[in-house]
Design a protein around this ligand. Structure first.
Ligand code: IPD
Length: 269
C-alpha cells in the first residue's frame, strides 16, 4: 500500500494542477497557435494541451519519481508497482471551448492507488473555480461541502451530457437525446466532462450522463461526484466507464438509468 495519505496526494494534485491551469489560461490569453487534429478533424489538440501535460507530469515526477502517469496526450507510463500511485491527467478538458475562448475548460488530475481513485481535483482554468475530493473525505468547493441536487423527479431535472467526436457515434447520441429531451426539464451540453461532473456534484446540474468517456475525462470528477453522495455508474450494474457513465443523486439515478436503457444510450458505434 502507498505510504502517502490521500490528503497529501490531494495537496500535491492541487498545487500541480493550479500551475497547469495558470499555463493554460496564459496560453489562451496569448492566443493559441499550433492547432492540430487528433482522431477526427473536430478533435482539436492545441499546443496548450501538450504544454500543460508536460508541465504537470514533470512536476509530479520531480516530486514523486516512482509514480505512474496516465495522460491524455502522453499515454500510459510503465505499469506501476502494486500499491503505487498512478496519476490520471486531462491537461485541458473542454478543448473545443478552449479553442473558442468559452470559459468552460479545466485541468483534471486524479491520484489512483490499487485501481481506485483516492484523490482528485478539477480546476476551471478560465475562472479559477476549483473542486476537490478525497475518498471518504467528501467533495468540496471553496470550503463548502458538496451534496448534489435535492431534485427527485426526472421530468423536473436539468440533465447534462456530451458527445463523442465521431460522426456515427453522434448520430446515435443525437437520436437518444431527441427522445430524452421530452422526459426532462432540459438538456445542457457544456463541453467539458470533468466540469459537468463537478457541477452535478454541487447541484448546479441535477444529473449527467455520457457514452464514450476516457478515464482521464472522469477520474477526478467521478470521485468528486461520488463523494458528494451521487451514484456514479454504468447501465445494468456495470461500473462507470467508456460504455456509459451516469452521475445522479440516489433519488434520480434509477429513473435516469431506466430511460437510458430504454433508449439504448450505451448502444450504437
Ligand atoms: C471532451 C469533453 C467533452 C465530452 C467529450 C470529451 P476533451 O474532452 O469532455 O465535453 O463530451 O466526450 O472527449 O477532448 O475536451 O479533453
Amino acid at each position: 500500500m502507498s505510504e502517502i495519505s490521500t490528503d497529501e496526494l490531494l495537496t500535491i494534485a492541487v498545487r500541480v494542477a493550479r500551475q497547469g491551469a495558470v499555463t493554460a489560461r496564459r496560453m489562451r490569453d496569448e492566443a493559441i497557435g499550433d492547432v492540430e487534429t487528433k482522431s477526427t478533424d473536430t478533435d482539436v489538440v492545441t499546443a496548450a494541451d501538450k504544454a500543460v501535460e508536460r508541465q504537470v507530469i514533470e512536476a509530479l515526477l520531480a516530486e514523486r519519481p516512482g509514480d505512474g502517469v496516465l495522460g491524455e496526450e502522453y499515454g500510459d507510463s510503465a505499469t506501476v508497482a502494486p500499491g503505487a500511485v498512478r496519476w490520471i491527467l486531462d491537461p485541458i478538458d473542454g478543448t473545443v471551448n478552449y479553442l473558442y475562448g468559452l470559459p468552460q475548460y479545466a485541468v483534471s488530475l486524479a491520484a489512483e492507488v490499487g485501481g481506485a481513485v483516492v484523490a482528485g481535483v478539477v480546476i476551471n482554468a478560465a475562472t479559477g473555480d476549483e473542486w476537490t475530493a478525497t475518498r471518504g473525505g467528501g467533495a468540496w468547493r471553496a470550503g463548502r461541502r458538496l451534496a448534489g441536487s435535492a431534485r427527485t423527479t426526472l421530468d423536473q431535472s436539468l440533465v447534462a451530457t456530451g458527445f463523442g467526436y465521431d460522426a456515427r457515434r453522434r448520430e446515435h447520441q443525437g437520436a437518444v437525446l431527441a427522445r430524452l429531451i421530452t422526459r426532462v426539464r432540459d438538456i445542457r451540453r457544456l463541453g467539458a466532462a470533468a466540469l459537468d461532473l463537478c457541477l452535478t456534484a454541487e447541484g448546479s446540474l441535477d444529473a449527467y450522463f455520457e457514452k464514450g468517456l476516457n478515464l482521464w475525462d472522469h477520474a477526478a470528477g467521478g470521485l468528486i461526484a461520488e463523494e458528494a453522495g451521487l451514484v456514479v455508474g454504468g447501465l445494468s450494474g456495470a461500473p462507470a466507464g467508456n460504455e456509459m457513465l451516469v452521475a445522479a443523486p440516489p433519488a434520480l439515478f434509477g429513473a435516469l438509468h431506466d430511460v437510458l436503457v430504454e433508449l439504448d444510450a450505451a448502444g450504437g458505434p
